[in-house]
Ligand binder design. Sequence first.
Ligand code: NDP
Length: 322
Amino acid sequence: MAHATFTSEGQNMESFRLLSGHKIPAVGLGTWRSGSQAAHAVVTAIVEGGYRHIDTAWEYGDQREVGQGIKRAMHAGLERRDLFVTSKLWCTELSPERVRPALQNTLKELQLEYLDLYLIHWPFRLREGASKPPKAGDVLDFDMEGVWREMENLSKDSLVRNIGVCNFTVTKLNKLLGFAELIPAVCQMEMHPGWRNDRMLEFCKKNEIHVTAYSPLGSQEGGRDLIHDQTVDRIAKKLNKTPGQILVKWGLQRGTSVIPKSLNPERIKENIKVFDWVIPEQDFQALNSITDQKRVIDGEDLFVNKTEGPFRSVADLWDHED
Ligand code: NDP
């Protein structure tokens, strides 16, 4: 595929405008696997780093800590309306009657009155207590239209300001767009130079759906070590930046918001210092040419049952689009 050139977009924009008119801050703090340290990371990010965007999920098991961090940051003088908080509806809650109670539980854990963004975490419904990998009967039918209607109702009732999805394919987004009264404001996907996923990015842009890039540094244990990638390292040295900053900036220059996770105060602060410089075109294209394109978060352990289905391979999960 020809290199996508997105260098003119998102260069030094500190936020992106969503279809709803709300703004999403371009860099947010990821909180997956942050555990009991999430509160400290959130306070550091907001108060010392200047972050205004926090990404969490019920499934991360750290919403209480994230909520405590937000509360402490607000005691330091911040208003709720200055923050953009995202959470996600887990797979066991993907039936229409479970959507609102799940959101209410999330708001309670976070000690918030509303979310800025509520996302469907994965487009697969799991039975409560499902095994990893799933046994026969653990992956259930997903009523996408019914669930989306309930997401729309949460938005109408101002419990969430925007709704969106994660881990969708073009096929699934097309299906959703076929019945949606409210178009998803955001599609959150794995994206980094080792998994550009240009196809989804282009489809979302065409449909004015903002993309947030998750695992922008190649993710955590078992992920892809992009921090020590030769190309990333060479460009970092040349521009006098860190590899983390190059990876964040690459995402911004593609027009996506980016949510790096860190528990380390110095790295938290470093990852958002990306607004007063650019990756020159030639280096940007070198990052776009990294070979061995591969997802890190492919969903296999959660949703694939090779013998019983309904999804027998990773390719099945992603609608054979990769
Ligand atoms: P990231 O790509 O953000 O990488 C995080 C890892 O990089 C950690 O090990 C961190 O260690 C390290 N790190 C952070 N900053 C630097 C730096 N400047 N230099 C070197 N190493 C650094 O991984 P995630 O998979 O956590 O993705 C980010 C966020 O995206 C998640 O936390 C979550 O909020 C979201 N997400 C959403 C998914 C979805 O399905 N919607 C799926 C996966 C992620 P340390 O903490 O020690 O700094």
